[in-house]
Design a protein around this ligand. Structure first.
Ligand code: FAD
Length: 384
């Protein structure tokens, strides 16, 4: 295949760009995907890998449900590390119990399968959790977990094996993009030139290379999240996505559909956690290690530098202490800690059509591992 001229170029090798590539390939297009780093190292590889439609609201819930189907379709053809272990949100006090029941009422109207579990049911499935934290839980057995460290590269391999019309370039930064006649010409930092009928730019939180001026006042924000991972713990079994009380007090679905969300009081012990945007999630990987997080700090989209590169050990300690109320966990079990970043927008996504042929899609926020597959399907149908 001549990679110099294709139907569609997708700039960005993260999950959002990758699902745009997949849906365009399914339409029979010749697609070239280009990633500036040696392999993707952005939001897509630094997250929990929780695929949780239950946390989303409005059209993002629908994209996310579609995403479950798309992930499972790929997993049925090749192993990309998707597991169907479900999600559980554990309520730790009466207010949180009230809210999960309100969410249950909402999901009954949407016919989205779920169960309310008693403390005993939770402990039967998760005997390692601390009994005194648990009041009740809401469970979504159909939801999925992914392995963020390698999944997107596995999907790239799958696309390369499945679709002769697909090519992928890593280590290629696109530094120029202009429409000339009825083509778009892209330039790389190595002076390579690529041509396509259409270009979709899924640049994640990189706003300094292409179309910088469009991002300056775009309403984009960047969030920095601190994350930790334990060493592999073979004696603990935490199948699925574990979400806890502070998540119930944070996620969009609860905010949107639970009347009590805005009236419940914040207990004193949560004040400092909330001030640092902390809620506690756990996701155990295939190797037995458990990802624990997260916290949130924010900057304007073009000022990521202000968020710094260091890990704040006080924030990590706050997270470990709260995590330890839920699951016996101590600092010596943590083997690594990192900062993840994502871009987000007040409209839930930033869509800019620079011309009829050049399209920017970014700012999917904290929901990209869950909703990108379904969102990108609609996006490709609109663009192509
Ligand atoms: C800590 C953390 C936890 C999260 N947990 C979850 C979760 O459990 N569930 C969930 O659904 N979501 C989660 N998210 C959100 C999710 O990870 C993101 O929404 C998603 O990964 C965004 O994907 P993306 O493709 O837009 O961005 P990215 O993954 O950042 O990809 C953008 C890519 O574009 C490339 N690029 C940019 N500019 C250029 C250029 N000029 N030339 C070439 N390449 C370029 C970049 O190098 C990068 O690889 C989490 C995010 C973080 C940070």
């Amino acid at each position: 295949m001549d990679i110099k001229k294709v139907d569609l170029i997708v700039v960005g090798g993260g999950i959002l760009g990758t699902f745009h590539a997949l849906h365009a390939l399914k339409k029979g297009l010749k697609v070239l995907q280009i990633e500036k780093d040696n392999f993707p190292v952005g939001s897509t590889v630094r997250n929990f890998g929780q695929v949780v439609p239950s946390g989303m609201a409005d059209r993002w819930f629908d994209y996310a449900v579609k995403g479950l189907e798309i992930y499972q379709e790929i997993q049925s053809k090749t192993d990309i590390g998707i597991r169907n272990n479900g999600s559980i949100y554990i309520a730790s006090d009466n207010d949180e119990v009230q809210i999960i029941h309100e969410l249950s009422q909402h999901y009954q109207t949407k016919a989205y399968d779920h169960e309310i579990w008693t403390k005993e049911m939770v402990l039967k499935k998760y005997p390692d959790l601390r009994s005194d934290y648990i009041k009740e839980a809401i469970v979504f057995k159909q939801e999925l977990s992914a392995e963020p460290e390698f999944m997107v590269r596995k999907i790239h391999e799958y696309l390369a094996n499945q679709y002769p019309n697909f090519s992928l370039l890593y280590d290629t930064a696109i530094i120029g993009c202009e429409e000339i006649g009825d083509q778009v010409i892209l330039h790389s930092s190595r002076n390579e030139k690529f041509m396509a009928d259409q270009v979709i730019i899924c640049n994640g939180y990189e706003f300094k290379i292409l179309f910088k001026e469009l991002f300056d006042d775009s309403g984009l924000q960047i969030s920095k999240l601190q994350m930790m991972k334990t060493k592999p713990l073979q004696n603990i079994k935490l199948p699925g996505n574990i979400l806890t009380g502070l998540t119930i007090r944070r996620y969009e679905s609860f905010e949107e559909y639970c009347p009590s969300f805005h009236t419940i009081q914040l207990p004193e012990r949560y004040q400092e956690l909330k001030a640092n945007g902390i809620h506690i999630l756990f996701k155990q990987g295939i190797d037995g290690s458990i990802i624990v997080g997260d916290s949130h700090e924010y900057s304007k989209g073009n000022q990521i530098d202000e968020l710094g590169f260091s890990i704040n050990s006080h924030i990590n300690r706050l997270m470990i202490d709260e995590a330890n109320r839920i699951l016996p966990l101590s600092e010596d079990l943590i083997s690594s800690s990192w900062a993840g970043f994502y871009s987000q927008h007040k409209n839930q996504i930033l869509e800019i059509d620079v011309t009829d042929r050049i399209h920017i899609r970014t700012g999917i926020g904290g929901k990209g591992m869950t909703a990108s597959a379904g969102y990108a399907l609609e996006s490709i149908n609109k663009i192509i």
